[in-house]
Design a protein around this ligand. Structure first.
Ligand code: DC
Length: 228
């Protein structure tokens, strides 16, 4: 058994808009564990490839980019947030855009890109523990994790949440357009041959549609604490 395999991992997988990001951050803070936002790695590779004018259909070129991109997670100056730096540039704001989400979904479908990001993800497994947020955390990256959650919500609810966020930023979008985009992305993420989005065996299934973030956070913390 390697030293890192004795470090506990809580995997939180699910589609975008399920509340994974917020829940993972809050649970990691509560437990005092490290946090891996694996979606940010795929977004960072998509961003680095776009910056280098790489054609996203050229899998070998995107894979080289995934190997060479310098991706760093650093606390913001006031410590309230984590910023993602890509090749020496704070790309956090660009990474959150819908365009970057679509680019990330495209590069995430390339098997050799997923392989290239594997070691970077495993390196997050450090004491006292790790909360790993993504699509294949419990199925592929940390299959031996002692705690696994699959978080979901209806597409209509996820579109409504996304609409609220984007409206607050002053962007002009429609709920029906967002719901169509969400359904198309779900379909792509669930039907790709490599690491498709699906619940890990033994994962606790949580549908957040009618639940508050506090309720979801409490049930995830209870899963870990029931055992410690
Ligand atoms: O969670 P997110 O929206 O930041 O993820 C961006 C894209 O990356 C999403 O379309 C699916 C993909 N992704 C993935 O394939 N595997 C992961 N572990 C995390 C994200």
């Amino acid at each position: 058994m390697s030293a890192s395999s004795s470090v506990p991992v809580l995997t939180i997988d699910g589609p975008s808009g399920s509340g994974k990001g917020t829940v993972s951050r809050r649970v990691a803070e509560h437990l005092g564990w490290h946090l891996l936002d694996s979606g940010a790695l795929y977004r960072a590779v998509g961003y680095a490839a776009s910056m280098a004018d790489i054609d996203l259909s050229d899998g070998d070129a995107v894979t080289r980019c995934a190997h060479s991109a310098r991706i760093r997670f650093r606390p913001s100056e006031d410590g309230s947030d984590t910023r993602v730096w890509v090749n020496g540039h704070d790309a956090s704001d660009e990474l959150r855009t819908e365009t970057c989400g679509a680019t990330a979904s495209a590069v995430a479908a390339i098997p050799s890109v997923r392989e290239a990001l594997k070691a970077k993800q495993l390196a997050f497994r450090k004491r006292p523990g790790l909360v790993a947020d993504g699509r294949d955390m419990g199925t592929v990256i940390f299959p031996d994790a002692p705690y696994k959650v699959f978080l979901t919500a209806s597409a209509a609810e996820r579109a409504r949440r996304r609409y609220k966020q984007l409206k607050e930023k002053g962007l002009s979008v429609t709920i029906s357009g967002l719901q169509r985009e969400i359904e198309a992305r779900d379909e792509r993420d669930a039907s790709r041959p490599v690491a498709p989005l699906r619940p890990a065996e033994g994962a606790m299934l949580v549908d957040s549609t009618g639940l508050s973030i506090d309720e979801v956070v409490a049930s995830v913390i209870a899963l870990v604490q029931a055992d410690t």
